[in-house]
Design a protein around this ligand. Sequence first.
Ligand SMILES: C[S@@+](CC[C@H](N)C(=O)[O-])C[C@H]1O[C@@H](n2cnc3c(N)ncnc32)[C@H](O)[C@@H]1O
Length: 227
Amino acid sequence: MALHDRWVQERKHERYYKLAKKLNYRSRASFKIIQLDNRFSIFREGDSVVDLGASPGGWLQVAKERTGESGKVIGVDLRPIRPIEGITTIVGDITDGNTMAELLEKFGGKADVVLSDMAPNIAGHYSTDHARSMELCMFAVDVCDRVLKRNGTCVMKAFMGDMIDGLTKELEKRFRSVRITSPDASRDTSSEVYIVSKGFLASSDVRPAPVHKDEKKPEFTVKGGVI
Ligand SMILES: C[S@@+](CC[C@H](N)C(=O)[O-])C[C@H]1O[C@@H](n2cnc3c(N)ncnc32)[C@H](O)[C@@H]1O
């Protein structure tokens, strides 16, 4: 990255970081979902929301604020999330059947919105990071197949690369509209984008396999590569 671009990015990070502190958000990431919600109307009062990759909790705070008292919000992450009033959290790996089973049990119903800000540990190797990000995205798609209501919305983070078309095709099978976007608060890395999918079709053609605890991790195929 050119020196000037790096300077601009650092200033932006600092601006959002200070703003997050001032407004008591747990992470700069809060502004990404705020900007996405302002543009794409993700949340409505009373919505049920599943947030994958939720730690430290910036998106959870925004989801709760925007769905209000009657909103139901649950967050899942590998890392613990400091408690937030009115929000249920689960510590676990969403690619693990035990965590998926715990999510289905604790959430106990259908969601209006599935969010995923999950990011793999960055290897610094473009195609490896992209492939890992695609795998996490396919798990987010799997969560949609299991819990999303007809007409529901999904927002997921993805790292751009050659498998992105395969992922968007999977999403287009399931949603009426699929848009790839990059909110101002994002653009952390040149490859980070957000995919906003609206109007879940809840098609009976898509039947997720039953979840079994302690089962081998399923494999997902995205056109352009097997994950
Ligand atoms: C960018 S952070 C999320 C920030 C969060 N949206 C916020 O506003 O505070 C990405 C998170 O994804 C989580 N993550 C990565 N892989 C995961 C997995 N397989 N299951 C659950 N969480 C995962 C990481 O632990 C990390 O906390």
